[in-house]
Design a protein around this ligand. Structure first.
Ligand SMILES: [Fe+2]
Ligand SMILES: [Fe+2]
Length: 261
């Protein structure tokens, strides 16, 4: 059995601080083998920089997945190159886009764990089909790893739930990210795939999805461009703990986690 912590969208400095303070404690408390975090909001709430990804790795994160905000910073291509193998962008971006959509990491115990990053298309950018994208790579990945984790970064619950059934028994876990709100539907599906629609946000909860409340309300009231800064208060880490049989790749349990800083 291996124990994995998956945490949702880490937002800005408060989110990174929460990771630095809480992940080492959880690693020890639960004797974690692997930590995966969604980092699309790492740098100032949108996108990634070399240093902010490094901060997350230093905090004890093994692989950083991302989503629709990945290319927000000018230097993204260099960041993806600098952290190749541990920083992913959604697999189903069009061909030729920098970065990679999956990786295989060997843990301290010598277990190979694959992470695949997908992005939904409903109410989002017109990327390639996430279902066909994972089909194209999954057989190859499974030759290299028994344990396969999938981050489906998507807006629509239906697309995430459909993906979980599509992959049931073919991967170890499917977890949704992007909405920043943790859902209460964690379950192990009949063929052994752990699933939750959304891991929730790691960042400031006295906010609107991590941004300052007044600024977001102003945006809704005026429909004009408004600078939306990262909020600061009530910082929490949010995600799930998953136990997986490293031989069969099937999940045993999935449990929600939300820790205050
Ligand atoms: Fe996000
Ligand atoms: Fe997103």
């Amino acid at each position: 059995m291996i124990k994995i912590l998956a945490i949702g969208d880490v937002v800005g400095k408060p989110g990174r601080e929460a990771c630095r303070k809480i992940i080492p404690k959880l690693r020890e408390k639960f004797d974690l083998d692997f930590v995966v975090a969604n980092g699309e909001n790492l740098a100032g709430g949108s996108g990634v920089t070399k240093d902010t990804v490094q901060e997350l790795l230093n905090a004890g994160v093994d692989v950083v997945t991302t989503g629709d905000h990945i290319f927000k910073k000018k230097e993204t291509k260099e960041v993806l190159e600098a952290h190749m193998d541990v920083l992913l962008r959604p697999l189903n971006y069009p061909q030729g886009v920098p970065g990679q959509g999956f990786t295989v990491i060997t843990t301290n115990k010598g277990i190979n764990i694959a992470v695949v990053n997908l992005m939904g298309r409903v109410f989002m950018q017109a990327v390639d089909c996430p279902f066909k994208a994972i089909d194209a790579v999954l057989n190859g990945i499974k030759k290299r790893a028994n344990v396969v984790l999938v981050d489906i970064h998507a807006e629509a619950t239906s697309e995430k739930v459909a993906m979980s059934w599509y992959l049931d028994g073919r991967v170890s876990a499917v977890f949704g990210t992007h909405t920043h709100i943790q859902t209460a539907d964690e379950t192990v599906l009949p063929k052994g795939t752990a699933f939750i629609s959304d891991l929730g946000m790691t960042g400031p909860y006295k906010s609107v999805l991590g941004r300052k409340i007044d600024q977001v309300i102003e945006k809704f009231l005026t429909q004009m461009p408004v600078r939306m800064e990262v909020a600061e208060e009530d910082v929490r880490l949010s995600g799930v703990l998953i136990e997986i049989d490293s031989e069969s790749g099937k999940a045993n349990t999935i449990e929600r986690v939300q820790e205050k800083m």
